[in-house]
Every structure is written in structure tokens, then in C-alpha cells.
Design a binder for this molecule. Sequence first.
Ligand SMILES: [Zn+2]
Ligand SMILES: [Zn+2]
Length: 510
Amino acid sequence: MSCSSVLYKNLWLADGTGTPLRKCAVLTKGAEVRAIEPAITASAADRTLDLGGRILAPGFIDVHGHSDLSILARPEGFGKISQGVVSEIAGNCGLSAFPVTRFNRAHLNELYRQYGVEIDWDDYSGWRAALARRGVKLKMHALCGHNTLRAAIAGYEQAGLSGPELDEMARLLDRMLEQGAPGLSTGLLYVPGKFADSDEIVFLMKRLAARGALYATHLRSEGSELLESLSETVECARRAGLNRLQISHFKTAGRANWSKLDAALALLEAARQDGIELSVDRYPYTESMTQLSVILPGEWGDLDDETIERRLADPAEQQALETALDESRSSEYWRTVRLVGTAAPGFSGCEGKTLDRLAAQFRVTAPALAVKLLSADAAGTTAGFRGMSEENLRRILALPWCMAGSDENARPLDYSIGRSHPRAFGSLPRFLKLRFEDGASIESAVRQVTGLPADTFRLAGQGYIAAGRPADFAVFDPEELDGTDDFANPHTPASGLLLTVIDGEAVYRP
Ligand SMILES: [Zn+2]
Ligand SMILES: [Zn+2]
């Protein structure tokens, strides 16, 4: 990084506050913004950059990421910086790369095996030190994931926790918060978070309240029990006296639940009116993605991925699961599930296709195909699930308290550390594009991905452009801005994004 001065000129500034665009020049020195000046009187600098009338915005903040390990495997974070992202909140959906103990280390190493990074740290500080050693420039933060935290105390199979175990968990959470983790995330759809009852959540929320930390949640249900899950979250927060809530990837999943949006928003608005600082994040797509193993019915759904693979080594168990899947899922269902990535042998070139199509191609039933994938790679097989409403998506993005969250890893252009949903490369530009299409001003849409998330997650020094702040910028052309939605070629850089700057250094230029 040089200490020279740079003058960015011929630009429209969206400074993150939401105030109207203004034509000006921005002077930086080294890693810092020095001055914002009228274009005509702008001072001389070592270098001048003419932005050709484009928008200069604060570097974008991805508030819902999962780059905990991928950023260590490929520290340049290409998929993120090519979207204008300079900062990510990782550790979401209950899954973080800390705290690590003898109870969860092997499991985490197995879960993250595709990244080829050995987890040799124990806590938030240790993870941060690993990032620093790898020279990561993206400004990474991570919530403490409840699933990881719970497993650090009691492993992945235990349902109820004893009093001493709860206390131990709280002490560990306190330590992660002291080390700088901005809050706790839950993933109540997943093992072992799904075993936690409301009392356990309230117990942990009280620790967050005591430290002014934030609670982010992947709800127990985003579809059939959406309203109940939202109520549970808000009710727990009230009981705990916690007033900072983030609803992760907020959606109404499944056509039968699309009509619940009004009731859901009424519930959230009521909580906001009660003084709870509540906000949501969302990726701008109508197809979700997670591990294929979430489709498992009945008792199979309570198993962690390692146990699933182990049990499926037995042909009798394979047959049992195939039958259970066949009985619990309609043939229509398999048309809405798409293979995104897998390390199971024999499936290269199959990514992006629905399980229905792949089953026909392999001349097996869809349940048999799913079993084949899961027995070879339960931890790494990911799938896309159709079932969200475009209209609801746009209504959610239009909430002034909605931010962009990709729900993805930072990935390179190649597929060497796995394949993503297109949201890994397109979320932030696409979020802005959809907002512009729906009539939002550039400055207010930019605020949703900069100042608002910086305030919500208390990211000091981020989200705004002003003298004395870090020179973190995203430069874009609002007419051209777009992010890929191509599942066959998901690792495609966004269009219209012209420059990303972190601490005064140009880290991306297409
Ligand atoms: Zn999630
Ligand atoms: Zn997530």
C-alpha cells in the first residue's frame, strides 16, 4: 500500500447516509479519505482517477456470508471483491469456525474438508490471526455460531443440555464476544441447533443483552411455521431483554406460504415499534441453497452429516432411506431441487440440473439418486430449492431495514474449492439492480448495502465515505449493474462494477 494521494474525480458520490447524490471529488492519502471537495476546486494529488461520471459508493457490506474457511483457502476473495464487497459478516446460520474443542474439531474439519484448510485454532482471536497470516484484505467479521458453540460443549447428538453445560456454553460465548465477535447466530433448522428449546435461546440471549451484542437467526421454519418461528424469536428477545435482532435470509418459502408476508411484516413492525432494533437480510434470488441433507425425513433429519455417511455405508440403510424419501416427497418435488455442487464421484458436469432430470439421465428414481449423492458426500453436496415468490422478494428488498446478504462463500472463478449458487458472485449488484428497477433512488439503495449494515452490526469506520474514514470504495455504473443468475455458470463476475478499493488499494478492476 502506498502513502501517495489519489484524487477520484468526475463522479457522483453516494456516501452511505442516503443523502442525495452530489458531484464532487474525493481525495485519499494512503488508506484514508482526506477530503471531499467540490469538483472545481479539487486539490492536486500524486494521481488522478477520472471515473467518467460513475457512482462512487462506500465499499459494500455483505451481512450474511459464509466465507469463514473459503477465505483462508483463497484469500483474495474474488467472488466478493468483484461485487464491490469490502466487508463480510461470516459465522451465520449457527455455523462458525470457532469455538473449537475436542468435541467438535474433527466434525468441523470434515465439514470444511473441501477448502483444504486445517482448523488449528480454538477461538475468535485464533481465527482472526489465521486470516492475518494469510494476508486477507476483505474486512472479515464473524458471529459466534450456536451450532458450533453447542457442539463445542456437548457434541452434535445431545438433545437437552444440563445446567452446568449451559453455564459452560455461556462462558464460552462470553469469551468469543470479548474477543470481538459481533453477536450470536442460530441455525435452528440444523443439527444440533434444532435441539435447543426457547429456554436455551433466552438463556443465551441474556448474555448478548448484557454485552449489547446482536442475535441473528436462521429460523426454525421459513415456510409452514414461519409465523410461529418469528413469534418465538421476538418473544424470546422480549423475555431476555435483548433489543438487537437480525432475521437471516428473510423469506416466505413454499408457494403455500407466500400469502403470509403481510402477517410476518406486521409481526416484525410491531417488534420494531416496541423498541427492538430489528432488521432483515436477503439474497436477491427466488431459489435457495443449502446442503442436500436438509431434505431427509423423520429421524434421519436429526443426524449430522458424518453419521449419515456412516449409516449409508450399509446397503440396508440405503434402501431404508430411499423408501422413506419416496414416501415423504412427491414426484413433483424433485423438479424443484437442483444439484449445485458435490464431491460424490461420477457427477461432474451434472451441476445446475434438477434431481428429476438427473434421475432420468442415470435411469434411477430421484430418491435413489439422492441417496447415492448423500452416501458419497453428505457434508459437501449442496442443492438449490425453488419455491420463493418474486413479488415477495421485491417487497422484502424494499423494506428500509433490509440489507443484502449473499448467504455464500467467497469463491474463486474456478471450481477448485466447490461450486456456489450464483448469489456468490451476483448478490450485491443484483440487489441494487432490483431496487433501482423498483424506483429506489441510487443513494437510498446504496445506503441499504453500506451505512445501514455498518450501523446495524456496529462496524466502526465502515459503511460511509467521509474525511478520516478508510478509503473503501465501490465504483459502479447504475445502468449496467447486474449480477448473474446462471446456475450452470454461477462463478460469473457481475457487470457494471468497475472498481473496488480497500484501504486505498485497488483490489478489483474488471
Ligand atoms: Zn441459513
Ligand atoms: Zn446462511
